[in-house]
Design a protein around this ligand. Structure first.
Ligand SMILES: Nc1ncnc2c1ncn2[C@@H]1O[C@H](COP(=O)(O)OP(=O)(O)O)[C@@H](O)[C@H]1O
Ligand SMILES: [Mg+2]
Length: 475
């Protein structure tokens, strides 16, 4: 499995902190180790130049038969190495051992080459000898044009540096772990206010903001604008304030519009009724009335009738929008459907009206008058928007969740692109034709509003030859 870097800000900050500290520790570790090493090497070089090749010089006398032909190890540090070269050839090499006796050294050809390669400049050089390990050596020119090499072992230096490195590794490791833990806790604490901001934003996102009065949650308390998280909180508070303000205004304007629609349609009812009354009165005039005048009066009568219907529909919609409480009484849906179908049959004798009702009468709780209007609208649509001879079936079924009324016909159907908006206001598929049939485009809007006000749903499925309006009402 591939390990991904943490995605949360908390994780990123903690990992970043630890990584930075690790880099810093590494830099400090390398620098101190190098510095210590340099310092110790310097001391070693000083020591070497102080010894001044004395040990190696004592090797010069190998040829002279002195006591037991031993180099002079007096005053030499333990493990001091000495060698004498004549014409780039090692003539003698020895090392001081604890008991102050030298051991003749077995040098490999490699060692010979190494020793011969040391520049004769009196300064320190690091070499490796097969029998002895790493050494710091200096080479000086002897009296007899020979080269005297003196060396001190490097391993005490290395050991000291390694020990420092080990101590630092333990120390820095502990510091990293401690920083990781403390950093995680610290970052968590500093980001805690962000969680509140997130929670508040999520709360607002859940709210139904589309319409109506919205209860916005209050502003976030104690946001400290000196911190970044506090600034986010303050910005959110500002935003919530603006949104709340806008929503309140929108709600007020919606309310005004609703009242206006309700008032306007209410006010229109009386003059429209008067126009209609006067037209009827004029038609009843005894004397001779010219045909054109009679015709005009009849048109006035029928148009004002249509206007009455329109105004009534608008008023009903405005009242349903305003959330006017509906009647809450038991409604015999079976009877209601029977009556509505009788009316439809009388109005549209050319259609075949079919019923599919359960044996037992079905009742729901609601507003009988409004439900009758909704079902009446569906039957009127099935009559006016399909040709004569169409079968219209009204079925009533009861289920677990409630009651379902389906009105279906085998007419031409409703075009696909028009279906999503069919329950909208003043929506008609065929505007040109619908003017003449007296349709308003409010019928299905009323169906939708009435059924929704009853806590139910109104939906449509339609294809050519099969159009069904489903009304689902809760029990
Ligand atoms: N049963 C149906 N068959 C075909 N079209 C329909 C049917 N019911 C409704 N429609 C279409 O939906 C539109 C909207 O219906 P409605 O809101 O009742 O308005 P109206 O009947 O006043 O035109 C109608 O104009 C018609 O185009
Ligand atoms: Mg209609």
């Amino acid at each position: 499995m591939k390990r991904l870097p943490p995605r949360t800000l908390r994780g990123q900050l903690t990992v970043g902190l630890v990584a930075l500290l690790a880099v810093a520790c590494l830099a400090v570790g390398i620098t101190t180790a190098l510095a210590l090493r340099g310092f110790l090497m310097g001391r070693l070089d000083e020591q070497l130049s102080a010894s001044g090749g004395r040990f190696a010089a004592s090797l010069e006398h190998e040829a002279k038969p002195d006591a037991d032909n031993r180099p002079d190890t007096r005053g030499q540090a333990d493990a001091t190495f000495g060698a004498r070269l004549l014409d780039d050839t090692v003539t003698r090499a020895a090392a001081v051992v604890d008991d102050a006796t030298d051991r003749p050294l077995q040098l490999t050809p490699e060692d010979h080459r190494t020793l011969a390669g040391i520049p004769v400049d009196g300064s320190g050089h690091s070499i490796r000898l097969s029998g002895l390990g790493k050494y710091r050596v200096t080479a000086v020119r002897g009296d007899d044009q020979d080269t005297l090499i003196t060396g001190l072992p490097l391993h005490p230096v290395e050991e000291t540096v390694h020990r420092l490195e080990a101590v630092e590794a333990v120390l820095f490791g502990a510091a990293l772990v401690a920083t990781g833990i403390a950093g995680a806790v610290w970052v968590r604490i500093s980001l805690r206010p962000l969680q509140k901001v997130t929670a508040r934003a999520a709360e607002v996102a859940e709210l139904p903001l589309a319409s109506g009065e919205v209860a916005m949650p209050g502003p976030l308390p104690d946001t400290d604008h000196r911190t970044e998280v506090g600034q986010v909180g303050t910005a959110l508070n500002h935003m919530l304030g603006h949104v709340e303000d806008a929503l309140t205004r929108r709600h007020a304007s919606e309310e005004r519009l609703r009242h206006f629609a309700a008032d306007a349609s209410h006010e229109l009812r009386t003059p429209v009724a008067n126009i209609r009354g006067h037209a009827e009165l004029a038609l009843r005039h005894r004397g001779p009335v010219p045909t054109e005048v009679r015709h005009a009066l009849e048109r006035i009568g029928s148009e004002s009738q249509r206007m009455t219907r329109l105004v009534d529909d608008l008023l009903l919609l405005a009242r349903l929008d305003a959330g006017r409480p509906l009647e809450h009484e038991p409604v015999d849906l079976t009877l209601l459907i029977l009556n509505a179908t009788d009316d439809a049959r009388a109005a549209g004798p050319g259609h075949n009206w079919l019923l599919d009702l359960p044996e037992e009468p079905v009742t729901v709780t609601g507003d009988a008058h409004r439900l009758q209007q909704a079902i009446g609208n569906l039957l009127a649509n099935a009559r006016t928007h399909t040709p004569p001879g169409t079968d219209v079936t009204i079925s009533l079924t009861t289920g677990e969740s409630g009651v379902q009324v389906d009105v279906s016909d085998n007419g031409p159907g409703i075009p696909d692109e028009f279906q999503p908006e069919v329950f909208g206001r003043f929506v008609r598929a065929d505007r040109a034709r619908s003017r003449s049939t007296g349709s308003t485009g409010l019928g299905l809007a009323i169906v939708h509003a009435v059924i929704t006000a009853h806590g139910g749903t109104a939906t449509l499925t339609s294809r050519p030859g099969r159009t069904t309006f489903h009304l689902a009402l809760p029990n």
